[in-house]
Design a protein around this ligand. Structure first.
Ligand code: NAD
Ligand code: AKB
Length: 315
C-alpha cells in the first residue's frame, strides 16, 4: 500500500488529483495538504493536514516522521498572479521544490511529482507543434520558475538518483474546482458565463490559440506517468503533453452549437502578452512513445461536459 502526500491539494488540480489517488490507493493512504486552514469540502472524505510549503522545518519534520512513497508538490503561483508579485512567486515556486527534492535525496520520499507548464516556452520558441527539446526563453516569472524547476529536477535525478517525474501541463479545464490565477483561466470562466446566459468578455484576442486539456486527461496522464516503469522514463526535466488547441473564438463557436444565443466580446488585458509568448500547440511524441500517452477529450467533448456540469447561477 502506497503512502501518498499531495501538497497544494486544495487547488484546481489538487482537488481532482487527490480524489483520483484515493480511488487508486485507498482513502486513508492519501493525505491532502494545503496552506488553507479548512479542508476543502470535496476532500473531506479523507485525511487533511494544514501545511505551508514555505515552512521548511514543519514540512521536513512531517515528512520525515511519516515517510512517503509519493509526494505531489502542486503549491505555486500561476502565471497571471505571479506577474503581480514576482518576488514571492519565485520564492514559493522554487523554495518548496528544493525542500521536497532534498527530502527525496535523503530517502524520505521514494517518488516525486512536480508539475511544469507550457509557460517554460517563450516568444523565440517555435509556436506550432512545439517540440520537446527546443529554444526556451520564457518571459514571465512563472515560466522562468518552471524552467529553473525543470533543470533542478533533472539535476537531482542525474546527480542523486531522485525519482522525480514531471509534465508540462497545458491550460487545464475543469468544473470541480476553480482555476487559481492563470492566463488560460478564461477557458473555464467562459462556461460559467455561457450557462448563466451572460455575454462573455474575453481577456485574450479572438485569434489567440493556446494548448489546453480537459482535467480528466491531465489526471490520467499524471497517474500514468507516476506508475510507468522507472526505465521507461527517459525525460527527467518535464514531458510535453498535448490535448487540444483552440482560440477564444473557436471555444465560443463550440459553445454556440449547444447555446446558440451565446455571445462573446474581446477586451485583451496584460494576459494577452503572456499568451502571445506561449506556444499555439504542442508535440508530445516523447510522452506517447515512453509511457503510451494519448489524450481523449477534443473541444466539443470538453464543451459538452463543462456545460452539463458548471453552476449556471454564477454571474
Ligand atoms: P491552484 O492555484 O488552483 O492551487 C494551488 C494550491 O496551492 C492552492 O490550493 C493553494 O492554497 C495552495 N498553496 C499556495 N501556497 C501554499 C503554501 N505556501 N503551502 C501549501 N499550499 C499552498 O493551482 P493549480 O492550477 O492546481 O496548479 C497546481 C500546479 O500545477 C502548479 O504548480 C501549477 O503551476 C501547475 N500547472 C497548472 C496548470 C493549470 O492549468 N491549472 C497548468 C500548468 C501547470
Ligand atoms: C497558467 O495559465 O498560468 C496555467 C499554465 C498553463 O501554466 N494554466
Amino acid at each position: 500500500m502506497s503512502n501518498v502526500l499531495v501538497i497544494g491539494a486544495g487547488g484546481q488540480i489538487g482537488t481532482e488529483l487527490v480524489l483520483a489517488l484515493r480511488k487508486k490507493h485507498g482513502v486513508q493512504q492519501v493525505i491532502a495538504a494545503d496552506i488553507k486552514i479548512e479542508c476543502p469540502s470535496l476532500l473531506s472524505n479523507g485525511p487533511y493536514v494544514q501545511l505551508d510549503i514555505l515552512n521548511r522545518d514543519a514540512v521536513r519534520n512531517y515528512i520525515i516522521y511519516k515517510g512517503f512513497d509519493e509526494v505531489y508538490l502542486l503549491a505555486a503561483l500561476l502565471s497571471a498572479t505571479a506577474e503581480k508579485n514576482p518576488d514571492f512567486a519565485w520564492k514559493l515556486n522554487m523554495d518548496g521544490l528544493f525542500t521536497i527534492l532534498d527530502l527525496a535525496k535523503e530517502g524520505h520520499i521514494k517518488k516525486v511529482f512536480w508539475p511544469s507548464s507550457i509557460a517554460v516556452f517563450g516568444p523565440t520558441t517555435p509556436a506550432n507543434n512545439t517540440p520537446q527539446t527546443t529554444v526556451m526563453e520564457p518571459t514571465t516569472v512563472y515560466g522562468i520558475s518552471k524552467q529553473a524547476g525543470e533543470r533542478w529536477c533533472e539535476y537531482y535525478h542525474t546527480k542523486f538518483g531522485v525519482d522525480v517525474r514531471s509534465i508540462r501541463y497545458p491550460g487545464l479545464i475543469s468544473y470541480k474546482s476553480l482555476p487559481g490565477g492563470g492566463t488560460t483561466d478564461y477557458a473555464v470562466d467562459i462556461f460559467y458565463k455561457a450557462k448563466a446566459g451572460h455575454e462573455f468578455v474575453s481577456f485574450l484576442r479572438k485569434d489567440t490559440a493556446l494548448p489546453m486539456m480537459f482535467m480528466d486527461d491531465a489526471i490520467r496522464a499524471t497517474l500514468e506517468l507516476m506508475s510507468a516503469p522507472i526505465d521507461s522514463i527517459k525525460i527527467r526535466s518535464a514531458y510535453n503533453l498535448a490535448g487540444v488547441s483552440f482560440t477564444p473564438q473557436e471555444i465560443g463557436e463550440s459553445i454556440k452549437k449547444i447555446i446558440p444565443s451565446f455571445t462573446i466580446k474581446y477586451s485583451p488585458d496584460f494576459r494577452q502578452d503572456i499568451a502571445d509568448s506561449w506556444p499555439n500547440s504542442i508535440d508530445d511524441t516523447n510522452a506517447q512513445e515512453d509511457w503510451n500517452w494519448k489524450h481523449a477529450y477534443d473541444l466539443d467533448a470538453i464543451t459538452s461536459v463543462m456545460l452539463k456540469n458548471v453552476d449556471g447561477s454564477a454571474d
